[in-house]
Design a binder for this molecule. Structure first.
Ligand code: NOJ
Ligand code: NOJ
Length: 709
């Protein structure tokens, strides 16, 4: 009787847990719950040998897999065939290298260099023949997307709008629109490209955006044909049901244009989009420009500063204080730290094990990545301890062929255990991240969200931390066993009641330990709003709310009710209501009138059009002073005179004339002025009346005025 009773309780609580887990699927733009697996398609698995050496680009294939600059046969069918291996890790999204048709000729001049990586686009609306078939059709791509979705896995496409292909070799930048030649770099009569030297100073805003990135023919996005080409190309992929984009080299694409680019993506469909902007530390000279873009545009970004700190701390042995200070610095700069996209290595960097061939350290770093704030990316092969250390494992040796597909490695099992936790405990995707205990080798941090708590302790040292004392937690009083069941050395802890800041009894962390203790309360009656994505859009665009909702819910932007498209326990899709442009708190009200917490949202005046503003003969500036633009809509900063609110800094390749490409609301008559924000933040307004401009409803625009004294 007694035993039966316990069994019943167990199966009830098991069913309850299963119920809790089941509905936690996330919508396209709630990637915070997701775990991304990054694949270099050519280097993963050859699922179709017919496309190994296709006719239009024959000779770029090396069947021996010795030449790292050749195609090796991996393809979209190969990824599809390995879907259950991928799903078994609990990852919920794959990021594949650019699948578009790449140039057909050797781009390396005298030495072989095939675009197996995908960053030498020639037709952005077709699929590369080495990855699909010789007609460049979408068949293999569509099959992959279907198989991924059947397995609950989203597909993220790497998209490179900065450039076409090599400007001095191969096809000389030639690009095609679904088979029709549009133009090339060498005979560029329509101005599709910038014709500037290679970037030499990566801290120069003008060079970054208008010069050439390592001989890659640099698109001029202010040209209406190029603008429309790139925006319609991403739309083609949206029509083929992709769930996300990783946008390549955004530091080198015209920054103002990026706002209209991502706006066009979200206007088509709710597709999570994150960009690559390399800033290795938070003291990078352009770090401020990076978080300003991330805070205003709707772009999430890859978290390079944290990557660098993870690499220093786990692979190179630096103190945990380095990670801790990056986390707190970024938390004070980024409005949405939970959708920064985190990683510990990638296709451009040395693999972790090439820096330090220590599998303990790799697993500790993985456990950190999977419990830290941000959306984690696992680079293919990490779970198989894949690495090739030729030339210290630098590019291209960081892209070896996937070695095997063993689902029993300790890393594979660790990943599946922690991906499950990220899906089931909302503190990991949505929670705060707070340090609880730290020294050079021990880091204890806590994630907390709406009563859910995850406490993680890592000891990366070769020797034990024999006594951890003075640890406090938000875990309620009680005994907690290690969620990893001791597989990485963790054991139980006892928490006493301390009125919320609860003391933990002293405990030890053996050498190379990761321990994870978790708590989730029963669902609360008050709705909880965890995320709104995207967090910037014009009326009528669909946005996804994630959280914990009960019954019939009303979503409000400020005091205006938003039309509901679909509504579930963990996700509500609404369209942005027709309110005037500005910043609004979004809330969810349950049927009994209880109101959730709020999440900020920026309502744009209209869809965005890129317009280049030039002001001639601006007021003199000294080093550190900049000219900015400010004006009468949220897109123009609503007359802000602050560095983070006004639009800029503008660029001045022809001092004292300044210019900047800015995305502004289509069809609106905008009012604006130029201002100087001096290094000491003193503001100088230009005189006279406001300038006005009628923004075109499509294409791109240009404004050229003199500074009014
Ligand atoms: C960054 C990509 O990650 C890298 O692999 C590529 O070569 C450059 N951008 C240029 O597209
Ligand atoms: C370093 C720069 O910081 C980054 O922006 C750029 O993409 C790469 N170099 C190109 O190799």
């Amino acid at each position: 009787m007694h035993e039966l009773f316990i069994k019943t309780i167990k199966s009830i609580s098991f069913a309850f847990v299963a119920l809790l887990l089941a509905p936690l699927t996330s919508g396209a733009d709630d990637f915070k719950r997701d775990i991304i697996y990054q694949i270099v398609t050519d280097r993963f698995f050859d699922g179709d040998t017919k496309n190994d050496d296709p006719p239009q680009s024959s000779g770029l294939f090396d069947s021996t897999k010795i030449d790292f600059q050749a195609y090796w046969g991996g393809d979209l069918a190969g990824i599809q065939q390995k879907m259950s291996y991928i799903a078994g890790m609990g990852v919920t999204a794959i990021w594949i290298s650019p699948p578009i048709d790449n140039e057909n000729k050797n781009e390396g001049g005298d030495s072989r260099a095939a675009p197996y990586h995908g960053y030498q686009g020639r037709d952005f609306k077709r699929v590369e023949e080495h990855f699909g078939d010789a007609t460049n059709s979408f068949t293999a791509f569509d099959n992959l997307v279907t198989a991924a979705h059947t397995n609950g896995i989203k597909v993220i496409v790497d998209f490179a709008p900065n450039h076409s292909n090599n400007n001095i070799n191969g096809e000389f930048g030639a690009f095609f629109d679904n088979g029709v030649l549009v133009g090339n770099f060498t005979n560029d009569t329509n101005g599709y490209f910038h014709h500037n030297p290679n970037i030499s100073d990566f801290n120069d805003r003008y060079q970054d955006q208008y010069y050439t990135l390592s001989n890659l023919a640099d698109f001029n996005q202010e040209n209406p044909t190029v603008d429309a080409y790139l925006k319609s190309a991403v739309q083609v992929f949206q029509q083929h049901h992709v769930d996300g984009f990783r946008v390549d080299a955004i530091k080198h694409v015209t920054w103002g244009w990026l706002y209209s680019f991502i706006n066009s993506i979200y206007t088509n469909a709710n597709t999570f989009t994150f960009g690559e902007w390399i800033a290795d530390t938070t003291s990078d000279p352009l770090y401020h420009d990076l978080y300003k873009l991330a805070n205003h545009s709707g772009f999430s970004v890859l978290d390079f500063p944290l990557y660098h700190a993870i690499d220093d701390v786990f692979a190179r042995g630096n103190s945990f204080s380095e990670i801790d200070s990056v986390l707190s610095q970024e938390a004070s700069n980024f409005q949405q730290v939970n959708d920064l996209v985190t990683f510990l290595d990638n296709h451009d960097r040395q693999r972790f094990l090439s820096i330090n061939n220590n599998q303990n350290r790799l697993r500790e770093a993985l456990a950190f990545l999977l419990t830290c704030r941000g959306v984690p990316v696992i680079y293919y092969g990490t779970e198989q301890y894949l690495h090739n250390d030729t030339n210290s494992g630098n590019d291209p040796f960081n892209r070896p062929m996937m070695s095997n597909f063993d689902t029993t490695t300790m890393a594979y099992k660790l990943i599946s255990k922690l991906t499950a936790l990220r899906r089931s405990n909302p503190a990991i995707p949505y929670g705060t991240m707070g340090q609880r205990w730290i020294n050079n080798d021990v880091y204890i941090y806590e994630r907390a969200f709406a009563g859910s708590v995850v406490l993680v302790a890592i000891n990366k040292n070769d020797s034990a931390a024999t006594q951890i004392s003075g640890l406090f937690t938000a875990l309620p009083a009680g005994d907690y066993s290690d969620y990893l069941s001791g597989t990485l050395g963790g054991s139980s802890i006892t928490v006493k009641d301390g009125g919320g800041n609860n003391p933990v009894d002293d405990f030890a962390l053996p050498a190379h330990t990761v321990a994870v203790w978790t708590f989730s309360p029963a669902a609360a009656a008050t709705p909880v709003l965890a995320s709104v994505g995207p967090d910037v859009a014009q009326p009528e665009v669909q946005v996804t709310l994630a959280g914990s909702f009960t019954g019939t819910n009303t979503v409000k932007f400020g005091s205006t009710v938003a039309p509901v498209v679909s509504s579930g326990k963990n996700q509500i899709v609404v369209t942005v209501p027709p309110v005037s442009n500005g910043n609004y708190p979004v809330t969810v009200t349950g049927s009994d009138g209880r109101i959730s917490n709020s999440v900020p949202f920026t309502v744009l005046a209209a869809k965005l059009i890129p317009v280049t503003f030039t002001v001639n003969n601006a007021v003199p500036t000294k080093i550190g002073d900049y000219i900015f633009l400010t004006g009468d809509t949220v897109e123009l900063g609503n007359w802000s005179t602050m560095y983070d609110g006004a639009i800029g800094p503008m660029l001045t390749p022809n001092y004292p004339n300044w210019f900047l490409n800015v995305s502004v609301p289509a069809g609106r008559t905008i009012q604006f002025k130029f201002i100087k924000i001096a290094a000491d933040n003193t503001v100088t307004w230009e005189g006279g009346q406001n300038h006005t401009f009628i923004v075109p409803t499509s294409g791109t625009g240009f404004v050229n005025v003199d500074w009014q004294n």
